[in-house]
Design a protein around this ligand. Structure first.
Ligand SMILES: [Ca+2]
Ligand SMILES: [Ca+2]
Length: 147
């Protein structure tokens, strides 16, 4: 009997509402929150704010996780990701793993820490480029967790 079920043993799927890319699951929010509250919501779901580690992952996120509201106005296409330099200004890390960014996709001229008030990163649809924004702004966000 066990062998019959063995077929399923290596198979895992993402929780409802989460989307799979390679060995991770992703969730796109339906609400806009500050960066810190977005992080908290991701943690409550067992994950972290998305950490984008390759152009492949960046492309997948842009192609598959566009917020529905994004067609209405560009500001609704600005989505929190897990990069922040709140601890050491100018040194962005991924919040969940505490790793330095080994892949970056900053928009030209970013991160610019505009008015010394931008310590949290967003990805912009549909370009896929990143910018730093004030952490207290409210935006949609993407959570990630290991499958
Ligand atoms: Ca990732
Ligand atoms: Ca900026």
């Amino acid at each position: 009997m066990l062998s019959g079920w063995g077929y399923w043993s290596g198979l895992s799927i993402c929780d409802p509402g989460w989307f799979q890319f390679e060995d991770h699951c992703y969730f796109k929010s339906k609400e806009k929150l500050t960066w810190s509250n977005a992080r908290l919501q991701c943690e409550r779901g067992g994950g972290y704010l998305v950490e984008i580690e390759s152009m492949k992952e960046n492309d997948w996120i842009i192609n598959k996780l566009t917020p529905a509201q994004c067609t209405i106005h560009w500001i609704l296409c600005v989505i929190w990701i897990g990069a922040t330099d709140q601890e050491v200004d100018g040194q962005f890390i991924w919040d969940g793993s505490r790793e330095k960014l080994n892949f970056i996709n900053w928009r030209s001229g970013e991160p610019n820490n505009y008015q010394q008030q931008e310590d949290c990163a967003v990805v912009n649809y549909p370009s896929g480029e990143w910018c730093d924004f004030p952490c207290s702004d409210k935006h949609y966000y993407i959570c990630e967790k290991k499958l």
